[in-house]
Design a protein around this ligand. Structure first.
Ligand SMILES: [Zn+2]
Length: 283
């Protein structure tokens, strides 16, 4: 395996779908409009807009098909405002009918669908303010930052025939995703934000009575809650080598959350491997 390389550039999934491209597919050229990638963007958008349900019967967790509200044979367009999602059964039943015909017996459903179809695209910028904030911070690193959409990620993952996992999704973010990808030799580092613990000093029961108190200091004998430690326990039930995170609870012993078990351990057995920084690392 090759040694770890310094980070040269960053790919971030900024938004689920590209509202600009969906509203103005013309500016992106025929290749994009008729391409598969556009299909993935449209699908992500429709899933969000129609709440991942069949528009007509409300069925969930079933394969959904892209469906024209006004059929093409009756002059309906391919614009996203004329598209919705329907289960296979509803799609078949509706067939070539106009929506007014198909839902003539269900005026309330008809009204809802027509209203929802006309509703403007959600403002992606407002909906994903956290991701935009992250984007600004990533740019401050000075590294080149590329952004992609959820639609592009899915398109790349499908194209490369990769299973759906968090890290393979991460590999597929953005247009820089190569044509061919050899992932067998990669060992991804997964980083999860864990925070720095609660500020609450006192736990309460459901009536508001205090039931437990947090220690006054999170730091004790050079250790801190969240530190990753190696415990070399010489005797007793837990004799052996354990690694895990500690929580400072019952001084002078700490709670050690090792992979296989949780137990109290005295700090004299502990060696710090990594001080807590609010993140969890795993390979
Ligand atoms: Zn249906």
């Amino acid at each position: 395996m090759s040694p770890p390389q310094p980070i040269a550039s960053i790919s971030q999934e900024l938004v689920r779908f590209d509202t600009q491209k969906l509203q103005n597919p013309e500016v992106n050229g025929v290749e994009y409009q008729q391409g598969e990638l556009f299909g993935y963007e449209v699908r992500e958008y429709l899933l969000e807009k129609w709440n991942r349900k069949c528009t007509y019967c409300g069925a969930e967790n079933t394969p959904l098909e892209v469906e024209h509200i006004v059929p093409k044979s009756k002059g309906g367009s391919d614009r996203v405002s004329n598209l919705t999602l329907a289960c296979h059964k509803c799609n078949q039943t509706k067939g070539n009918q106009d929506i007014r015909e198909f839902l003539s017996g269900k005026p309330s459903v008809l009204n809802r669908v027509l209203k929802q179809a006309k509703a403007p695209l959600k403002d992606a910028a407002a909906a994903n303010s956290t991701r935009w904030a992250l984007y600004q911070r990533l740019k401050e690193t000075g590294l080149p930052v590329e952004t992609g959409t959820g639609g592009t990620t899915k398109y790349n993952r499908t194209r490369l025939e990769l299973p759906k996992t968090h890290w393979l999704d991460a590999v597929c973010v953005g247009h820089s995703t190569p044509e061919n990808l050899i992932v067998k030799v990669l060992k991804p580092l997964q980083i999860t934000a864990k925070g720095h613990g609660k500020r609450q000093r006192c736990g309460t029961d459901k009536y508001g009575f205090p039931v437990r108190h947090a220690p006054n200091a999170k730091q004790f004998m050079g250790f801190q809650t969240g530190d990753i430690v190696k415990a070399s326990v010489t005797n007793g039930k837990y004799a052996g080598i354990h690694t895990g995170r500690i929580a400072i609870r019952y001084r002078p012993s700490f709670k050690l959350n090792a992979r296989s078990m949780k137990f109290d351990v005295h700090p004299k057995y502990l060696q710090t491997l990594q001080h807590t920084d609010g993140y969890e690392y795993a390979t």
